[in-house]
Structure formats: structure tokens, C-alpha cells
Design a protein around this ligand. Sequence first.
Ligand code: ADP
Ligand code: MG
Length: 642
Amino acid sequence: MVSAPLIAVEDITRSFRLGDQVLRALDGVSLTIHAGEMVAITGASGSGKSTLMNVLGCLDRPDAGRCIIAGEDTARLGPDDLARLRRRHFGFIFQRYHLMPGLTAQGNVEVPAIYDGLGTAARAERARSLLTRLGLGDRLSHYPNQMSGGQQQRVSIARALMNGGEVILADEPTGALDPESARVVMEFLHELNRAGHTIIIVTHDMRLAAQAGRVIEMQAGRIIADRKTGDQMPDQPATGRIALPARRGNPLTLLANAGHMALAALIARPLRAMLTMLGIVIGIAAVVAVTALGEGSRRQMSAQLDGLGTATLEIYPGTGWGDEKADQLRTLVAGDALALSAQPYVQSASPVVQTSARGRVGNQSLNVSISGVGPDFLDVRGRALVAGRMFDASDLAARAPVAVIDATTAERFFPGGSALGQSLMFDQFPAKVIGIVARSRDAGQSLELFMPHTAVTTRISGAGRLSAIVVRLRDGTDSAQAEGAITAVMLTRHGVKDFFVFNNDQLRRAAEASLGTLALLISAVAGIALVVGGIGVMNIMLVSVTERISEIGLRMAVGARRLDIMAQFLIEALVLCLVGAAAGIGLALGAGWILRDMAPLVFSPQAILTATIAASGIGLIFGFFPARNAARLDPIEALNRS
Ligand code: ADP
Ligand code: MG
């Protein structure tokens, strides 16, 4: 009683369309093959041998007819199920070996097990033992171009056995070999058959075919002869067969392998990888640098605004800037400043009377900007005394002609000596210097001098006319609310709105808004750079898929699923972009370090994280189409297109 055949095809046809012609490569072929057989398929070139072999090995599907392989009807199986059948049951040997040039002998042999989820150590161990069995124990780390044809073909036999190689399909395995190498390869195939492996071999060498137990002869897509020549017994127990490895499918192993293969592919072509990355490098560097520059400028501007006093409000006469009548208005009075300083949200307030006059010391005569202010003025403005004292309430009440000058003014009038206690002569009166304040950034060319506003209004500018009132709010006060409250207080006192309030927070907001607009603009440019970089990645990945099409075909033949191929190319694009991003971030940090004294760059971890995420996104988005193209390839077409 003979058990169910391993392979059974019934009346299969397979046609190829060439222009308007339809070519029948298989034309009604029926065939059964049992486990343990050694079958030779012969026939003239173009008779359909390879096409039949591909159908038997689940690399291809017939257009019509039934095809039962290892008990499964292939018509009902999807591409990934066919990949599983190939992976678990078949080992392929090709005339041109189809070894991957970038992998060592051992690396090539390991490939099928990668897709079967075998662990790294077990895989390496098994590959080494198979190669040793095939007499290549001393060639484990040789690359294909360092081996003879016969050795390469033995590597491919080891690869066919990696996942068990229950059925070995060899398409003209000795076609490219010298007679001695051919003899050795055939010897191994016979040995495997004796051990219980089913061998199907395509050859047009009748002498080689005759050595098989069964010879099938083809002509024009049909089987014209099928004869048993030897005394072999089909379905003999598979005693010595190479065992299937214990499998441990682990998605993480698959991912790690895909990553490993991707890295290997990139390292194999470093210049191309670098050029491809360049767009990403520049794009990410631009994004990171621009963000850092934006943040740096924001902080710098913020610090400058803080120098004005965190929350300072200024009240001016008139209806707004440039009001022509403002000079004639005498509405702001010292009482307003007093009333405001009594408000709970006000820390200090000071009237300001602004004027200028020529000051003289000895022969030196200079124009001085005179501010008549209250004793709290320095506190309001956040300015520090460097020597002496500020005038106090009694000086104010006495309209004392005392002055606090800034360091530059002191230096100009009293070069080399101390200004404290000295007198500055004005036309109308002398002013005695009692204190020196640090120079203000905003002073510009003017020489600053502060006096009690009572002294200024009586002696210089005329009574009661204030230029402004400056108010410092208590810490934590909302400046917009305070502005409203101050307006209300002033309205109650004046009855009409003959004043306006300037809130330097508005300045800050306006500055931040313009900074935001600038950042948006530069970010848009950086974003475009990133997209251009991404298109570069996509372009090179498409080229890469086209170039490595036979590698993809081989990976599919040894059982890679579409997802495996997709993951490999996606990860390759992802790695390109991430390495590019790392270089870009490094570039930006380096530029920031070099320009540290010139430009205020502040790098934030968020910006770097965002850039990394952006790069990953670009890798995945622009890698998707090339990866999908690769995954959708037909294994046979891919294998033949080399
Ligand atoms: P053999 O292996 O016996 O030399 P094949 O099975 O490779 O023959 O090819 C059988 C016929 O089918 C040949 O005429 C060949 O040109 C044609 N053929 C095979 N594969 C394709 C294909 N992918 N596209 C078009 N024609 C093909
Ligand atoms: Mg052929």
C-alpha cells in the first residue's frame, strides 16, 4: 500500500504572454512524486522544465489544474502560505547558485532559518555543521567571490538543507560546474537521497539523469516519457534525513534580523548611504538649529525685557503716542503718582519730569539729560546704586538741588576722581552729586542725571508738568488687570481720559509674536528641506529594490513572507533617516558650540526628540512605497531578473 504522494499535480497548464502571443510553457502536465524519490527532469531547452520545477516548489502557480503539495491545495493558498510551504518543505539549488555577495558562506546558509525564526546561536551552529558536512568547514567566513563554483554550489546545498530540506529542487545544479565539481555535487545529492531526502533535479545531461531512480522527459510543455530506471523504493523510511530544526518563531528576532540585514546593506554602500542621508542631515540640522535659535532669541529678548523691570507700566499725558497737544497738557500731577503708589498691586511709583540742560564743571560743558523723579524711581526701574545714596522724601520736600548721576556721566565730568560730593553747575543753580548708579543699557549717548522732580519743576521746567508716571507692579500681578485698575483710578481722579497707559508687557507680546512668525517661517523652510531629504531616501530605496531584485527573489524562494521583505526595506529606510538625524543633530550641536558667543542657541531635549521622531516618520513614509514594491514582487520574476 503506497501512502499519499508528497506532490501531486493534475493537468496543469502555465502560459506566458509575450506581446500578443501566448506561450504555453506547461501544457496539461500530470505527475505524482512520493517522499524519498529521486526524480530527474530532462528535455530540450525551453521544454518547460524550469517552469514545472517552480510550480512543484510553490514558487509559481499554474493557470489551471490541481496542484497538491504536502497535502495542501496551492490554489487555496495566499503568497505567505506558499512562502511557508517553501520554507518548511523545500530547499532550492540554482544553476547560478544565487548566493548573496555581501554574506559569508555561513551567512548565506543561515538565511532560510532567519525567516523561520530560529535563534541566532542555533542558526550559526547549524550552518557551521552543515557546511562542515559538505566539506566546507574551512570556508565558513569566505565570501562567494572567494570560492570556486563547486564550493559555491555546495554552500547552496547547505542552504537548501538549513530548514530541513525535505524536498530538494535543483535546477541544472551542475550546469555551470567543471566535471569534477559536478561529480562532487551529484554525489552529495545522491547521498542526501539515500538518507531519505526527496530530490528533484532538472538537467539536460542524459548521463546525469540516468543516475536518478526516475527520469521524466519533457517536450514543448508536455511529459513525453516517465520511466523508473533504478531499484529505488519510494516511501522508504526517512532514517538519516537532516532533521528539521526546532523552531522558535519570535517577532522580535525577525525584527532584529531585518535591522541587521538593513545595516549590512547600508554598510555595503557607504558613499551612497551618506549621499542619501545628506538631505536628511541638512533638514534635521536646520530644524534643530532653528528651534534652538528661536528659543535662544526668545530667552535673550525676555531677559532684556526683564531688565526694564518685570512688570512696569508707564502713564503718559495725551491720547496716545504722537498726540500734539501732549506737551501742553498739564494733567499728570505728582498726586497721581502718590495715589497710584497707594494701590495694593503697586510696589512703587514715581513721577518723571524729563528735560535737558548744559552742565558745567570747570571748563568741561556737556549736555545732560535730566530726569526729575521720586525717591522710589530706582526701585521702579530696577536700577542699582554703585556709590552714595538716592535722595529721600526730605530732599524731595525741600526741593533740594541734589543729583544722582550714572557712571558715564561721572566719568565725563570728573575723570579720574570721585564725583561724590562734587557739584555740577547749571545756568540756574548748582547740583550736588550724592549718588552714582550703574549705566543703563538704554541710555544710548545721553548722560543721565536724576534729581528730585520738585527741584526740576521749580528750577528748570516749570511747575507741575510731569512727563510721565512710572509704576512697578508687585510680583505676580497680572499686568493687563493692573492696567485696567490704574486706568480706573486715573479716570476717577481726572474725570476724563487725558492720559494713556503703556504696558511693556505689550512690547513683550508683540516681540514674541514676531519671533513666533519668524520661527514659523524658518520651520517651514526646514520642513521643506526634510521633505526633499525624504524624497531622496525614497529615490535611493527604489533604486536599491531594483538592484537587489534577485536577492529579494532568493529571500522569497527560501521562505521570506511579504512582511519580512517589507520590514527589511522599511527598516533600511528608517535606519538611513535615523543615522541621518543623528548626524544632523550632531551638526546642529557643533554649529551651536562654534557660534556660542555670536548667536544665542538654546537646544532643548524636546526639539531633538521632535527631530528624531520627524526623521523616523520620514523614513517610514518615504520608505513605504519602495518597500511595498519589493514585497509585491513575484518570486520567480525577481529571481530571473538578474
Ligand atoms: P526550460 O527550463 O526547459 O529551458 P522554461 O521552463 O524555462 O524551459 O521555459 C519554457 C518556455 O516558457 C520557454 O519558451 C520560455 O521562453 C518560456 N518562459 C518561461 N518563463 C517565462 C516568463 N517568465 N515569461 C515569458 N516566457 C517564459
Ligand atoms: Mg530552465
